[in-house]
Design a protein around this ligand. Structure first.
Ligand code: GLP
Length: 239
């Protein structure tokens, strides 16, 4: 694992944007996952700024949804597809046909997983998995205890994850209890992985990820077993 340490969140965004930009420019329409959450927002802002400043081609990729709440209608602003559409996909000009997303309100979740998986399989593997890290060590919505060979599925969110996610919407708004997520199997097959971590509150879980042991109790420890992993960490998350 390659660790890039940044003095603050702004520097982290710059370094991560440099990596992202170089990757997109070197590849031909790569397949990417992108995380929601608060951590990647400075990166997305930096990419938007570079786009506005005239950098060409930052949106030349295919977006593969990492995760999505289940059961929300298209108009619901909690949908991760909507979040990423506003933050990065529309501003960078990612073509609509290059966005592979979950239908949150699909009537038959099993059929939706089958549809998504078949679509993904035709494009696999992921060229660059851009990820965040949950306070409990989750990646996407692969909560502690997720099997390293798990595939795309519907999961129950832990109470802890529901609580941290509620901060995105305000505590009065109900956080969904179920979500679709890519599995650790699909993420393990990614050719390249970049993980964004900021904030002092992540220092404990980051230490567990870096020091091991590799265990399904801390899903992100799968990163030890794959190649081409770069962790972009803010200094206070590494302390
Ligand atoms: C969320 C998302 C993850 C995200 C993580 C960290 O629940 N499902 O994809 O990376 O938790 O979020 P944050 O950056 O807000 O700490």
């Amino acid at each position: 694992m390659n660790i890039v340490k940044a003095p603050n969140a702004g520097a982290l965004a710059q370094l991560a944007a440099d990596f992202f930009q170089a990757f997109i420019q070197a590849e031909n329409n790569p397949l990417l996952t992108l995380p929601t959450g608060l951590t990647p927002l400075p990166l997305y802002r930096e990419l938007r700024t570079r786009c506005e400043a005239g950098y060409q081609g930052l949106g030349r990729f295919t977006y593969l949804a990492l995760d999505e709440y289940q059961g929300l209608p298209p108009s619901d602003n909690r949908r991760f597809a909507r979040w990423l559409k506003q933050e990065i996909l529309d501003p960078l000009g990612v073509p609509t046909q290059n966005r592979i997303i979950f239908k949150s309100d699909a009537a038959d979740p099993e059929a939706e997983i089958k549809r998504f998986t078949e679509y993904y399989t035709g494009k696999a593997p992921i060229d660059l998995a851009v990820l965040g890290l949950g306070l409990n060590g989750h990646v996407g919505f692969n909560e502690p205890g997720s099997a390293f060979d798990s595939t795309t599925r519907l999961v129950d969110l832990t109470p802890e994850t529901q609580e941290t996610n509620a901060t995105y919407w305000g505590y009065r708004q109900r956080t969904p209890t179920k979500a679709y997520t890519l599995g650790l199997s699909e993420l393990r097959q990614a050719k390249n992985t970049m993980v964004l971590i900021s904030g002092k509150e992540k220092s404990g879980i980051l230490r567990r990820v870096l020091d091991g042991p590799v265990s399904e109790d801390v899903p992100a420890t799968y990163l030890h077993d794959i190649d081409n992993v770069t962790i972009f960490a803010e200094a206070e998350a590494l302390s």
